[in-house]
Design a protein around this ligand. Structure first.
Ligand code: SF4
Ligand code: ZN
Length: 332
C-alpha cells in the first residue's frame, strides 16, 4: 500500500464468523484479520505462494491497532473461540507491539481459546512469557521436507526451527495448530500428495490439530506467474481427500481443511459437477474425523485425476498438462 489513510490503518482487514473445535467440542469462532505492518519475511524474499503483504501497511501504530480492536469488539458476539490473524506473525513485536497484547486478550473476554499465527522464530520462551493462558498458536510449517520447504515454498525457516518451536509450545502446554501446504509449485500432483501425507505424519504428533491448506493462487505471487503461464495447476480435490484419508490413519490428532478459494480456478478444485459435494465432505470430515465421511465420493473426473498423476510421472513434469494438451488429452 503506497499511501495509507487513517481509515485504512484503523480498520481490520476483515472479520467473519465460522465454526471450529475447542477441546473436542464444536464451537462458534470469531475471526479477525488485523492490519499490521505485515510479515517481515514477505518484505525480504517471501514465500512463493503468499500475497498477504497487500493487506499490510507500514504506517500502522499501536494506537491504530487499539482502534481496530475496538471495531472488532463491536462485532464480537461472545464466541468461544477467537482467531486473530495478522497476515504475518502475532508474536512479532514489530507487528503487535508488546504493550498491545493485553488489549487483544481483554477485548475477547468471553473466549476460551484465542488462536493466533506466528512464524517459528518468534516462538521462544522469552517471547511467550506472561502470554494469556487461553492462547493457541498456529505455525505454517507447509512441508516437513527440508528441500521442498526451501526451494518450493521459500519459507525462510527450517523444519528444525519449527520442531524447536513446537517443543517450546508443548512445554508450556500451548496447543499448536500446524498448517501444511498442499501442492507447493514445481511438484507433480502425486509428489504433492505424498509430501503432504509424509508431512502430516511428521507434524501430527507435535500438534493438537493439523490443517491442510491447498494452494490458492494469490495475486502478485510467483505461484500466480506460473499459473498464468500454464505451469501450475492448484491441487485437485481428489488429492485433498487422499491426504486427509491417508493422513488421518493412525493418528488421534485432528486433521482438517478449510480451503480458501475451493471450487474456483485459483483454488483446489475438481470439476463443476462434484466440487461442492466434495468440499462438503471435507468440511464434515474436518469436524467428525470420521473417515466414512470421505468414502463413496464418485465423479467421472476421478479417472482424469488418476490419469494425470500417471501422465505427469511419465512425462516427468509438474506443468498443468491438461492446459497444454487441451482436447488432445484423453485420460483414464
Ligand atoms: S506465508 Fe506467512 S511467513 Fe510466508 S511470507 Fe506469507 S505471511 Fe510471511
Ligand atoms: Zn468431478
Amino acid at each position: 500500500m503506497a499511501r495509507s489513510s487513517l481509515e485504512e490503518v484503523q480498520s481490520p482487514v476483515t472479520i467473519w464468523k465460522e465454526e471450529d473445535m475447542v477441546d473436542g467440542r464444536k464451537v462458534d469462532a470469531f475471526v479477525v484479520i488485523l492490519r499490521t505492518t505485515g510479515c517481515w519475511w514477505s518484505r525480504q524474499k517471501g514465500c512463493l505462494m503468499c500475497g498477504y503483504n497487500t493487506a499490510s501497511s507500514r504506517a500502522v501504530t499501536a494506537s491504530d491497532l487499539r482502534v481496530q480492536l475496538a471495531r472488532a469488539a463491536e462485532r464480537y458476539g461472545g464466541e468461544k473461540m477467537v482467531k486473530i490473524y495478522t497476515s504475518g506473525s502475532f508474536l512479532d513485536p514489530n507487528e503487535i507491539p508488546l504493550e498491545v497484547r493485553p488489549d487483544v486478550f481483554s477485548t475477547f473476554g468471553a473466549a476460551e481459546r484465542v488462536l493466533f499465527e506466528s512464524r517459528s522464530e518468534f516462538v521462544t520462551d522469552e517471547n511467550l512469557e506472561g502470554i494469556d493462558p487461553r492462547s493457541a498458536v498456529a505455525i505454517g510449517l507447509e512441508t516437513a521436507t527440508e528441500e521442498i520447504l526451501r526451494k518450493c515454498v521459500r519459507k525462510g525457516f527450517t523444519v528444525e526451527d519449527y520442531t524447536r518451536a513446537a517443543g517450546v509450545l508443548k512445554a508450556r502446554k500451548v496447543p499448536l495448530r500446524t498448517y501444511l501446504l498442499l501442492k507447493p509449485p514445481y511438484l507433480t500432483e502425486r509428489a504433492a500428495v505424498e509430501d503432504a501425507i509424509a508431512s502430516v505424519r511428521y507434524a501430527a504428533p507435535l500438534s493438537e490439530s493439523v490443517s491442510i491448506n491447498p494452494v490458492n493462487v494469490q495475486r502478485d505471487t510467483v505461484v500466480e506467474m506460473l499459473w498464468k503461464r500454464g505451469n501450475y495447476r492448484p491441487p485437485w480435490l481428489w488429492s485433498l481427500v487422499e491426504v486427509l484419508r491417508r493422513g488421518k490413519e493412525g493418528t488421534g490428532t485432528r486433521i482438517m481443511s478449510s480451503p480458501s478459494g475451493g471450487g474456483t480456478a485459483r483454488g483446489v478444485h475438481n470439476c463443476d459437477r462434484c466440487d461442492r459435494k466434495i468440499l462438503g465432505a471435507v468440511q464434515r470430515f474436518s469436524f467428525s474425523q470420521d473417515l466414512d465421511d470421505l468414502e463413496g465420493l464418485e465423479c467421472g473426473c476421478r479417472r482424469e485425476w488418476a490419469g494425470l498423476m500417471d501422465l505427469q510421472d511419465t512425462m516427468g513434469t509438474s506443468v498443468d498438462v491438461a492446459r497444454y494438451l487441451g482436447d488432445e488429452l484423453e485420460l483414464g
